[in-house]
Each structure stands twice: as C-alpha cells, then as structure tokens.
Design a protein around this ligand. Structure first.
Ligand SMILES: [Zn+2]
Length: 216
C-alpha cells in the first residue's frame, strides 16, 4: 500500500493578514489514484472519486487492493468520512459496489453524485437501506446546485466531460467546489479546462481557490 500524504501550505502573504481566529484550518490531502483524493480539514473528511478499483489497466492509476480494502471497510485513514463525492460514472472514478461497501461500514457518510451513478447503485439490494444518505445532484446543463453536508459547503457544477462532442456525450458529469474549514477546494473530475468563459461565469477569478485538482 502506498499512500502519498501532503500537507498543503497556503500562500504566506494572504495568511499573514489573518488573525489566528479566522485563519483557515490546516489541510491534508492523501492521493489515492487517478483523480481520487482524501481531503482532511477542520475535523472533516472528504473522499472524492476514490472508491474504484479491482481492475488492472495501463491507462490510469488504480488503487491497490490493500487501499481498496481499507476504503471499503472504512478503516483509517478512511474512517469517519463525512462526504463521498463522485464526479461521474466512469470506472476509473466510481465503482457502485465499493461505494455501497464503504457506506455499510461508515454510518455517517453522505454521498453526492450524478443520477447516472445512482442507477448503477440501485441494482444492489443494499441500496434501499442507504438511499437516504445518497444525494442526487440536479443535472440541467450548466446548472449549479448548493447544499451543506456536515458543515461542508458543497457546490456542484453540471459540466461536460472532456470529449463530450463524441465518446462521452452521454456522461453526466459534475465538478465540485467545497468550502471546509475556511478553505475553498475545487475538483474538476474529467472536465476540459478550456472553457474560460464558463469558469468566469461561475465567479472564479473573483474569489480565491485554495486548492484545485485539475484534469490535465
Ligand atoms: Zn471520465
């Protein structure tokens, strides 16, 4: 098992102006595989695009079997996860069985995800007992939905998957902006990053983002 743990240091200039009382909380990021990360801040834990695996491919990094085992059993560092976010239903971001396995061992975790991912979870007989903890985010194109889960602000942007004009036209895809412990954390999933006008429309560039996970 190899987990890469990063304590993210923020710009000293902006922090210097903050008092201790309003200084954002320390942020710890653990890389899982592909676009999967564990984010820890202010006693909150977010797992995004991390619950997948069980296959071996050379086109993406996949969590090792031992990491999958820890995640599904909700064992440290994957214990007490507050929020499980899924950007889309591709197998290198999401495995319905692994999400449900994790929820069975983590009674506090809430999932936010596109409807397409829910349709894959619904066929598991355990889904009925868990559906109250699974939030389907609205899917109109270019929509932005907001909710708060365990004190974590969640904004979901309904955006196209990379190469949406052809192969991935039918994929329901979300980007997320989390507000936790005074930190703004952005995750693009598999979105293309060339639509500057769209990001300007979201207000990006006016407010600082502390940390962005971007597809490249
Ligand atoms: Zn994808």
């Amino acid at each position: 098992m190899r987990l890469c743990r990063i304590v993210v240091l923020m710009a000293a200039v902006s922090l210097a102006a903050c008092t201790t009382a309003n200084r954002p909380a320390p942020l710890t990021v653990t890389y899982i595989a592909n676009t999967g990360f564990l984010i820890e801040c202010a006693d909150r834990k977010i797992l995004i695009d991390a619950l997948f695996g069980g296959f071996a491919e050379d086109w993406c990094f996949v969590p090792s079997d031992s990491v999958v085992e820890l995640m599904t059993a909700a064992k440290p560092p994957f214990d007490h996860i507050d929020l499980i976010a899924v950007t889309h239903a591709h197998t290198d971001h999401f495995n319905p069985r692994l999400v449900i396995d994790h929820l069975m061992h983590n009674r506090r975790g809430i999932v936010v995800c596109p409807a397409q991912t829910v349709r894959k979870m619904e066929i598991d007989p355990r889904y009925a007992d868990l559906k109250g903890r699974i939030h389907i985010m609205p899917m109109p194109t270019d929509s932005i939905s907001e909710l708060t889960i365990a004190g974590i602000g969640v904004k979901a942007f309904r955006t196209p998957h990379l190469h949406a004009a052809d192969a991935h036209r039918d994929i329901e895809h979300l980007e997320y902006l989390f507000n936790v412990g005074g930190r703004m954390i952005f995750h693009t999933g598999d979105s293309g990053l060339n639509d500057v006008r769209r990001y300007e429309g979201y207000g990006f560039g006016k407010k600082p983002i502390d940390l962005a996970f971007v597809s490249w």
